[in-house]
Design a protein around this ligand. Structure first.
Ligand SMILES: [Zn+2]
Length: 220
């Protein structure tokens, strides 16, 4: 849940950052571009997909990681280049909190890289943990890799950003991880139909491979 993004608000100074439904709050030294983008995305999500609690809450955190990271990458932030490309929070006072390429390495606690994989939690688990699957899917779709028996050719940043933005507008308040898999495929089909960012049907085959690799095609 966005509100649980940081430590309790009564703690001062705040050690983390959070979106409280109306505004962002930041602890000292955590105003990096990716964390700022993460918190702002919670505001966008609130007014688009409206992702709520449970698995939807984990998708909410995952989408904030996705767009927070894209904002830093597109800005050329040194904390989002090279080895830092898929790390969230580098350069902040709280350090690396999420490793989207290798969620098991996330500083905030190891997360799963696939639905029902190692570190996977139930619907009521900490939403930041299962968000690892969303980050892994973003990494695979954008950069490509061979993972879990699937080879994905990366779409590159611009097609991937357009894809995830379409996904944000397809998801609903009670969406599940399986819904995310469906949304990724249908968002690609829609973007390929009108050539958004140059998206092609061949790209959608790659997106489908990434969905299978992260097991987003499986319940829940
Ligand atoms: Zn968050």
């Amino acid at each position: 849940m966005p509100e649980s993004d940081g430590v309790r608000r009564t703690q001062c100074p705040w050690a983390n950052a959070f979106w409280d439904g109306e505004q962002m709050a930041f602890g000292e030294g955590v105003t990096t571009l990716d964390i700022t983008g993460h918190e702002l995305t919670h505001g966008v999500t609130q007014h688009t997909s409206g992702l709520g609690d449970g698995y939807a809450g984990a998708l909410n955190e995952g989408l904030s990681d996705v767009f927070g990271k894209f904002i830093a990458i597109k800005a050329g932030d040194p904390n989002a280049t090279g080895a830092n490309r898929w790390l969230l929070g580098v350069g902040s006072s709280i350090g690396q909190v999420r490793d989207m390429k290798n969620p098991a390495n996330s500083g905030e606690g190891p997360g799963p890289d696939r639905v029902n994989g190692r570190y996977w939690l139930g619907a009521n688990g900490d939403p930041h943990i299962n968000a690892g699957v969303v980050g892994k899917a973003d990494y695979l779709i954008t950069d490509g890799d061979t993972f879990n028996g699937q080879t994905v050719r990366g779409l590159g940043e611009n097609k991937s950003i357009a894809l995830w933005w379409k996904v944000e507008n397809l998801l609903r308040p009670t969406s599940t991880f399986k819904d995310l898999g469906v949304a990724l495929n249908s968002a690609c089909t829609a973007n390929a139909r009108t050539g958004v960012a140059g998206t092609t049907t061949a790209d959608c085959t790659q997106v489908a491979n990434a969905v299978k690799a992260t097991q987003l095609n499986l319940a829940p």
